[in-house]
Design a protein around this ligand. Structure first.
Ligand code: NDP
Length: 294
C-alpha cells in the first residue's frame, strides 16, 4: 500500500524557511513586496489570487493586488507592469492566468523585468532554468514538485521518469529541472502529450510518474508500475451532488485505485497545490534578496 505525500506539511516547512528570511530582511529595513495582477472575474483565478494575497500577508510581505476590470486594455496593463517594475517596494510581479482572450499574456510576461518575474515564465528565466543556473527564478509548480521529491527522499538520479504534459508552466520546465545534474535531476526522462499514441505503455515504465494534464482520472491503476512514485498536478472539477457547491476537486490520477499500487502518491487537494504557493513566496524572497543584495 502506498503512502500519501502530505504537500501541506512540506509547504508549511517551506513557508517557515521563507518566514525566517523575511525576519532577517526586516532587520535590514527591507520588506518583500509581491504584486499580483488579475484581469476579469474568473472565479478560479479569484480564489487563487486570494490565496496568494493571504499567504503573502501571513508571511509578512507587502502585498499589492491589482484586480482589474475585464475591459482593461493591453496598453493599460503594460503601463501597470512598467510601474510595478519601477516600484522599489515591489520585488515580485505576476500576471494571473487566464486573461480575457483579447489580451496578450506573452507580451505582458515579456514586459516584467526578469529579476521580478517570480513565476519564472520570462524567457530569460526559462533559459537560465534550462541551463541550470543556480540562482534562476524557477517556475513554482515544477520547483515545488522537486522539493516534494527531496522531502520524501525520492532521488530521481538515473530513474525512469515520465511526465505527462509539456506546458510552458509545468511539463516543460519540470523536464528542464529533472535533466539537471544532481540527485534530484539526472532523470532518464520521457515527456508525453496529447500526440503520444499509447500513453499506458509509457507510464507503466515509470519509476516516477508525474501527470500535469487537466483530465480527471486520466491515469488508472493499470497504467502505473507497482511501487512507482506518483505526482498529480492536475486540478479538475467533477460533479458531486453531496458537496455544497455541487462539485469537488480531483487530480489526473485515479487516486483511490492507484494508492495501493504505488509507493507514494500526492493527493488532490493537498499535494502539489500548496507547494506552488509556497514556492511563489520563496521566489519572492529570493528576488527581494537579489535586488537588495541582502
Ligand atoms: P495545459 O492545458 O497547458 O497542458 C496540458 C498538457 O497535457 C499538454 O501538454 C497536452 O498535450 C497534454 N495532454 C492533454 N491531453 C492529453 C492526453 N489525453 N494524454 C496525454 N497528454 C495530454 O495545462 P497546464 O500544464 O497549465 O495544467 C495541467 C493541469 O495542472 C491542469 O489541471 C491545471 O489546473 C493543473 N495545474 C495545477 C497547479 C497546481 O499548483 N496544483 C499549477 C498549474 C497547473 P499537448 O501539448 O499536445 O496539447
Amino acid at each position: 500500500m502506498g503512502q500519501p505525500i502530505d504537500g501541506r506539511a512540506v509547504a508549511q516547512k517551506v513557508n517557515a524557511e521563507t518566514s525566517l528570511q523575511v525576519e532577517r530582511l526586516k532587520v535590514n529595513g527591507v520588506v518583500p513586496g509581491l504584486a499580483v495582477i488579475m484581469v476579469g472575474d474568473d472565479p478560479a483565478s479569484f480564489s487563487y489570487v486570494l490565496a496568494k494575497e493571504k499567504k503573502a500577508q501571513e508571511l509578512g510581505f507587502k502585498s499589492f493586488i491589482y484586480r482589474m476590470p475585464p475591459t482593461t486594455t493591453q496598453q493599460e496593463l503594460l503601463e501597470l507592469v512598467r510601474s510595478c517594475n519601477e516600484n522599489a517596494e515591489i520585488h515580485g510581479i505576476l500576471v494571473q492566468s487566464p486573461l480575457p482572450v483579447a489580451l496578450n499574456e506573452h507580451e505582458l510576461v515579456m514586459a516584467i523585468v526578469p529579476e521580478k518575474d517570480v513565476d519564472g515564465f520570462h524567457p530569460i528565466n526559462v533559459g537560465l532554468c534550462a541551463l541550470g543556473a543556480p540562482h534562476a527564478l524557477r517556475p513554482c509548480t515544477p520547483a515545488g514538485i522537486v522539493r516534494l521529491l527531496q522531502e520524501c527522499k525520492v532521488s530521481t538520479r538515473g530513474k525512469r521518469v515520465v511526465i505527462i504534459g509539456r506546458s510552458r508552466i509545468v511539463g516543460l520546465p519540470l523536464a528542464h529541472l529533472l535533466l539537471q545534474r544532481g540527485e534530484f535531476g539526472d532523470a532518464t526522462l520521457t515527456v508525453c502529450h496529447s500526440r503520444t499514441p499509447d500513453l499506458g505503455s509509457e507510464t507503466r515504465r515509470a519509476e516516477i510518474l508525474i501527470s500535469a494534464v487537466g483530465q480527471a482520472h486520466l491515469v488508472k491503476a493499470d497504467m502505473v508500475r507497482p511501487g512507482a512514485v506518483v505526482i498529480d498536478v492536475g486540478v479538475n472539477r467533477v460533479e458531486d451532488a453531496t458537496k455544497p457547491r455541487g462539485y469537488r476537486i480531483v487530480g489526473d490520477i485515479d487516486y483511490d485505485a492507484v494508492l495501493p499500487v504505488a509507493s507514494f502518491v500526492t493527493p488532490v487537494p493537498g499535494g502539489v497545490g500548496p507547494m506552488t504557493i509556497a514556492m511563489l513566496m520563496a521566489n519572492t524572497v529570493q528576488a527581494c534578496r537579489t535586488q537588495t543584495g541582502l
